[in-house]
Design a protein around this ligand. Sequence first.
Ligand SMILES: [Zn+2]
Length: 309
Amino acid sequence: MKLYIKTPFVNSNKFIPHLLEHCALQSRDPSEYLKYSILTSASTRTGFSCFEREDILAQEFFDYLRMPLEEEIFNQELLAIVKELEKPSFGQKVYEKILNQISSEKITTNKAQEIPLTQLQDYHNQRYQEEYTLLIDKDGKIDKNWGMGKQIKHQQLDIKNLTKVNCGSFSYRKELQHFLWTKYSGIEDIFVLDYIGDLLESYWIFDASLHSKYFYSSFDWSFGDQYMILSNSGTLEGIKKSDFFTFSSIFKENYLRNLDYGWYRTWDSHIALFIGLETSIEEHKKLVRSIDNRLIESIVSDFLGEKFF
Ligand SMILES: [Zn+2]
């Protein structure tokens, strides 16, 4: 199971939710450490922390995470996290850059801060609550009988306003990093961008295979409390519109068929966590059917510029 806890940045800074993820999981007691800490994979992203374990019941694990924070652990993890943040990976630095670029605020994801224990305790008491926590079972399905899962509402999609998807794109580092993103206002924006990202990727892979090339650089996908971001490193291959739109109509038929098998629903838990909604495969198919070439063209043109010709 996975626990997704909604942990927003504090003053546009990820430090507090990240430090809390460390402290909540940590223990100085060897038996607790061996049972709960050592085998858990934990991470803090933009707007949520995730804890993953298959062998412990969710409620027991959640109760462990909610135990009062100790000063010794706070001091210990403060030092550990400073070391972790000393050398952020290239990907982390790029991610922070893109967040700064697309949002209007200065966002910090990888810098240690000086904070008192009480501030962390307050945040812990406030945020590590069932009402902010989604439980995902081992098959990736949302548990509707627990925490936020109880509140998820079913949503019909609005396919009439599909021309208004709020997308943007830009490149940096001498055109070697490319981003396609949406500041989503509903499930529609997410499904559209997911579809178009998949379409672009599939086209590049297909085109490379036609030319006997085996290399392609795919997108990295990230989903936070406001943005969905696709990023691509390397030089983007140009795309001829006529070839692309021929491919695109066949791609759509295949996509619709795959939807029936439950594909392309990777983001269901993120959608539930951040928007509190879910939708059916039928609604998803209706939306995909109504994605027209004009919408695709406007998003892809914006992303590829002259390389879409
Ligand atoms: Zn960490």
